[in-house]
Unconditional design. Structure first.
Length: 188
């Protein structure tokens, strides 16, 4: 062997025990910092997301009621007869008088041709509400539209009470028109 060959061999091979091995992965401090950032973000984001979803639930319910009212009014005008919007459990008749606690309107909404009595034709139904509380008037009357599209002589207010202080009112006036206020009703 030549004297320069040993030097070359030594320079190309790794010296044993002198260099630190390269670490793969994260240190404990890096993991703790990452975990702390995630916890802070979740603490800020979760309440905002809950309020957002509560607002969306109320908005969806407002649209469900407005659609049901508009379809009932339109059907009354088109068919030139009385149409009734009311909650029902059996899809045969209105069932709001059976519910004393005023939460009957959380049930499936149905549009009946006529007064919502047994034997009246069911035109359409709408799924149940997902809100904690939904009431309409204190006398448990259904919403009825006459052949000219007018409601039957009284104003009515749907009170929608959602989670996290969210809510709205859907107001039906004597002419059958609907308006919405987005403030949470005091009755909630």
């Amino acid at each position: 062997m030549q004297p320069g060959a040993a030097e070359e061999q030594h320079l190309t091979e790794k010296p044993s025990g002198l260099a630190k091995p390269v670490g793969k992965g994260f240190t404990l401090i890096e993991l703790l910092v990452t975990l702390a950032v995630i916890v802070i973000m979740a603490t800020v984001a979760v309440p905002g997301f809950q309020r957002f979803s509560a607002r969306n639930e109320v908005a969806a319910e407002v649209m469900r009621i407005k659609s049901a009212l508009a379809m009932t009014r339109s059907a009354a005008i088109t068919r030139r007869t009385t149409m009734t919007l009311c909650p029902t459990n059996d899809m045969v008749q209105c069932q709001i008088q059976d519910n004393a606690d005023g939460e009957a309107w959380l049930a499936t909404l149905a549009i009946f041709e006529g007064r919502g009595e047994p034997g009246d034709d069911l035109l359409r139904s709408f799924d149940e509400s997902r809100l904690p509380s939904l009431t309409y008037r204190n006398d448990n009357r259904p919403v009825r539209y006459k052949s000219l599209g007018r409601s039957t002589g009284y104003n009515g207010t749907f009170r929608l009470c959602g989670r996290h202080e969210e809510g709205a009112r859907v107001i039906v006036n004597n002419t059958g028109r609907v308006r919405v206020t987005s403030s949470r009703p005091a009755e909630c």
